[in-house]
Design a protein. Structure first.
Length: 456
């Protein structure tokens, strides 16, 4: 099986744990597995690698989010043209939602819906498509959508992601290299309108602390990881579990060999002093906090169930623990006016924090927000061919909406970053972390690029 990660237009790149889980599952079934990631090579070298490796595999599988979709579309066309006999499988968030369209337009032979490990195992075992839950496929010109697969309950039973298939040093991101990624839980019980639950659902399922720390040890020993990023939807949802993970990290001495970050975003209203103290002891240095908006009305409308009044105090507590703090905001919901965007910009600037990202809201297929936007505009939203850049307003907005949103995002960045005290404190933190050179150059370059392009 040849696994392919299409290109995505983001300011950073990391290996994709989802497809690495698929790789290790396929290997456990005896499959020969190779992987090509379009985000670590030039377009020419990627095409050359695809043409070179494809003849050795009967199946080519792509992981596809909306950010990957434009690239995945072109890759499928190339495979169909050069290797019409190959079976193409799409998995990931986009395939889970838009499986009918993908099959109708012949981008894939099979679309995997939801978590892909169980389906991968059955496909590798040669099961007939009608006997594989959680997939869609074509039969005699008709699209068949099988009943959903059950969510995986025992996450410890999954083999660790096949990190040997990627070069961790090849990815472009802040922080120390090599850097690995880990998902210690799946599912989110909250019902925010901008999130889709097609992949991991609403049921919160956790790996045991022992299993998580065993993978940390594997990444350090086998991959040389100096930094590991937790990409859980809600890492701190269960503080007692996080405490146990931290206890084991310290017990095994991994806190002396690597540092840890949580860029996936934690909630701003969960504070457990003992948990955060133990995280610092275990060498967690960076936390991303998903605030999303500076107006309570908008928070309520998106279903986040967050009390903004608690945010400044909790962030101040995290600051005292010594974490480097990243704040996430989303600007441009369909029910927002310019006044609301202005409140978000000013609220963000008032908060303790070292870095901030102000994302232009993009309605993702399969979300309630997508349905709201579709109803508001009355025009079909088509992201497949265009792909997505989360830093700029997507094309289906009116010209006036784009103009206002670009201006307000630019204002938010200026208010937040043009603060001498914040810049000085951030530089001091980076110096203490011994990562000033690796982090500051990257973040400065990314910020200047953002200011010079998307928000002029």
């Amino acid at each position: 099986m040849l696994l392919v990660v299409p290109k995505y237009e983001l300011w950073f790149s990391f290996p994709q744990p989802g497809i690495l889980y698929v790789a290790s599952t396929a290997r456990s079934c005896g499959e020969k597995v190779e992987l090509i990631d379009a985000n670590v090579v030039s377009a020419q070298k990627f095409a050359e690698a695809l043409l070179e490796k494809a003849p050795d595999h009967s199946t080519i599988a792509l992981t596809v989010s909306v950010a990957h979709s434009a690239s995945a579309f072109k890759i499928s066309e190339l495979i169909r043209k050069k290797f019409p006999e190959k079976k193409i499988i799409w998995g990931g968030p986009y395939a889970s939602v838009e499986h009918k369209r993908i099959l109708e337009e012949n981008y894939a032979d099979i679309a995997v819906i939801g978590e892909g490990e169980s389906q991968t195992r059955l496909i590798c075992e040669g099961k007939a498509p009608e006997n594989i839950p959680g997939i869609a496929y074509k039969k005699g010109g008709e699209i068949i959508v099988n009943h959903p697969a059950d969510f995986i309950q025992n996450l410890d039973a999954l083999p660790f992601p096949a990190y040997d298939l990627v070069n961790l040093r090849a990815y472009n991101h802040p922080g120390l290299k090599p850097a690995g990624m880990i998902s210690s839980s799946r599912g989110c019980p909250y019902q925010c309108v901008n999130c889709t639950k097609f992949i991991h659902g609403s049921q919160y399922r956790c790996r045991s602390p022992e299993n998580v720390v065993d993978e940390i040890g594997m990444q350090i020993k086998n991959c040389g990881a100096r930094e590991i990023h937790f990409w859980d939807d809600n890492l701190t949802l269960n503080p007692e579990r996080v405490k146990k993970i931290c206890e084991l990290i310290v017990q095994k001495g991994y806190n002396k060999k690597a540092r840890f970050a949580v860029p996936g975003g934690i909630r701003a209203d969960i504070y457990d002093g003992e948990m955060f103290s133990m995280m610092r002891k275990a060498n967690f240095y960076l936390l991303a906090v998903a605030v999303e908006s500076g107006e309570q009305k908008v928070i309520d409308q998106i279903g986040k169930k967050l009390d903004l009044a608690k945010v400044p105090e909790n962030l101040q507590k995290l600051k005292k623990h010594g974490f480097r703090i990243v704040l996430y905001f989303m600007m441009g919901f369909p029910f927002e006016k310019a006044e609301s965007l202005d409140k978000t910009a000013k609220f963000a600037a008032s908060l303790p924090g070292n870095h901030a990202h102000f994302f232009a809201v993009t309605p993702m297929p399969g979300t309630e927000l997508f349905r709201i936007w579709q109803k508001k505009s009355g025009v079909p939203i088509n992201l497949l061919e265009r792909g997505v850049n989360y830093d700029i307003p997507f094309a289906d907005r009116t010209a006036e909406e784009k103009k206002i949103l670009k201006r307000m995002i630019r204002k938010a960045y200026f208010l937040f970053y043009f603060n001498p005290s914040r810049i000085f404190q951030t530089i001091i933190l980076m110096w203490k972390e011994k990562s000033l050179a690796s982090d500051f150059r990257f973040l400065l370059a990314a910020f200047l690029k953002l200011m010079a392009s998307g928000h002029r």
